[in-house]
Design a binder for this molecule. Structure first.
Ligand SMILES: [Zn+2]
Length: 374
């Protein structure tokens, strides 16, 4: 069986469809929980699946350093190693080399750097990134790219984008013929429309199974990001999945889907779950806050996740304040459940040609804010 994408419905620029892979279907728009180090922190893989996730993201940079791609390969690949049978997308390692590693040296060939864990020296090139992602057994492989932090001057963004396009070609060449697996190209160009078009043209020429809008959510702010998403997805092929990397908050996600994005990932629901923060239909709730200490009500009465179905706000507040592990477990579960419900709601609304109605209800509920304190 091969990798394919079919669109079921569109509503304005918003789209819903299905990505088919030998490891299962991915309903789009899709949110991918992040399993950085071969685990979605605080969650069992079967629990992640129960939240409604069709696919996980793994981080090449972290996994190549520890436990190493070669070791994961010896244990039968990442799916088997971490007990997740469904599709996995891996990033190329490029972004985290730039954000985490020290003593980076960037050349035409690739990047050398020192590990943030033990200072050991490593190199990632487009060829090595393809090799690592193959050893991991990733279903969706990302081309190796370079992404400058914004703001950066136009010259720097243009140079970086053109280097990434040369690396995209090398990634395509090194990926080889792997039926059932997909390689995604990454559009760069910062907030410069003509550079984005040049990048998209080059990627279309090379040809990929899917396309990412890269270089956003790096500090430009939501308004600038949406401004770019007003045209960037439309520069990419209509009949292939479009992935917005590293996004985001619930309102970022709704705005991105509205503008034609099919896939997203973010550490936010899992990371904030470990710091006592919950995301609900009515916005963000801080369970550390003393107002919850005597509150017998669930976090969200309409939510069917274990945290809401079986526990009170008072209990969640207590375990957050006591730094009990179950606090991170319950709130991560709730947050991932909420994100997946949000995606499911958007898929249904697009299919029903009611995305505008969905968006209006989404913002109206959030504007109400959290329930009144008792
Ligand atoms: Zn819940």
């Amino acid at each position: 069986m091969s990798f394919s994408f079919s669109l079921n419905a569109t509503d304005g620029a918003a789209r819903t469809g299905v990505i088919s892979t030998p490891r299962g279907e991915i309903r789009t728009p899709a949110f991918m929980p992040v399993g950085t180090a071969a685990t979605v922190k605080a969650m069992m893989p079967e629990s992640v699946r129960q939240t409604g996730a069709d696919i996980l993201l793994g981080n090449t940079y972290h996994l190549m350093l520890r436990p190493s791609a070669e070791r994961i390969d010896r244990f039968g690949g990442l799916h088997k190693f971490m007990n997740w049978e469904r599709p996995i997308l891996t990033d190329s390692g490029g972004f985290q080399v730039m954000s985490l590693a020290s003593l980076r040296k960037l050349t035409e060939k690739g990047v050398t750097f020192k590990s943030h864990i033990d200072g050991s020296k490593h190199e990632i090139t487009p060829e090595r990134s393809m090799e690592i992602q193959k050893l991991l057994g990733s279903d969706i492989v990302m081309a190796f790219d370079e992404c400058p932090a914004l703001p950066a001057d136009r010259e720097r963004i243009a140079e970086s984008m053109r280097l990434s396009m040369r690396w995209a070609q090398r990634s395509r060449d090194a990926f080889g013929d792997r039926p059932g697996h997909a390689l995604f190209g990454i559009q760069q160009g910062g907030l410069e429309r003509d550079l984005r078009e040049e990048s998209a043209e080059k990627l279309r020429e090379i040809g990929f199974e899917g396309y990412a809008v890269g270089g956003l959510a790096v500090g430009e702010g939501q308004e600038a990001m949406f401004g770019c998403l007003d045209y960037a997805p439309g520069q990419l092929p209509q009949d292939k999945p479009r992935y917005l990397m590293g996004v985001g908050k619930p309102d970022d996600i709704v705005g991105a889907v509205k503008r034609g994005i099919d896939m997203m990932d973010c550490v936010l629901p899992s990371r904030s779950g470990r710091t006592g923060q919950a995301w609900t239909r009515r916005g963000q709730v801080n369970l550390r806050n003393a107002r919850h200490a005597d509150d017998p009500r669930p976090l969200d009465e309409a939510c069917s996740c274990p945290a809401c179905a079986r526990y009170s706000r008072a209990y969640l507040h207590h375990v957050v304040r006591s730094q009990e592990m179950i606090a991170g477990m319950l709130l991560t579960w709730h947050n991932l459940h909420y994100y997946q419900e949000l995606m499911g709601g958007m898929r249904a609304a697009i299919a029903a040609q009611d995305f505008a109605g969905f968006e209006a209800r989404f913002h109206a509920q959030r504007a109400e804010g959290d329930i009144e304190r008792l």
